[in-house]
Design a protein around this ligand. Structure first.
Ligand code: FES
Length: 57
């Protein structure tokens, strides 16, 4: 499922980046994956995925 339509980034892409690099903040995650660089509507969903994945570590 696409989370960021502007940049065609899926939840799988975000989850893979979180699992691999363990970013501890949305800012760090955004350096790894270009989410939220345009309209910003995907930031909230991205944060939820980040929190979910970090809890599963
Ligand atoms: Fe991600 Fe627009 S949906 S920047």
């Amino acid at each position: 499922m696409y989370v960021c339509l502007c940049n065609a980034i899926s939840d799988k892409t975000i989850r893979d980046a979180v699992r691999r690099y363990q970013p501890q903040s949305i800012q760090h995650l955004r350096q790894l994956v270009p989410v939220g660089k345009q309209c910003g509507k995907c930031i909230r969903a991205t944060r939820e995925i980040l929190d979910e994945e970090l809890q599963n570590v």
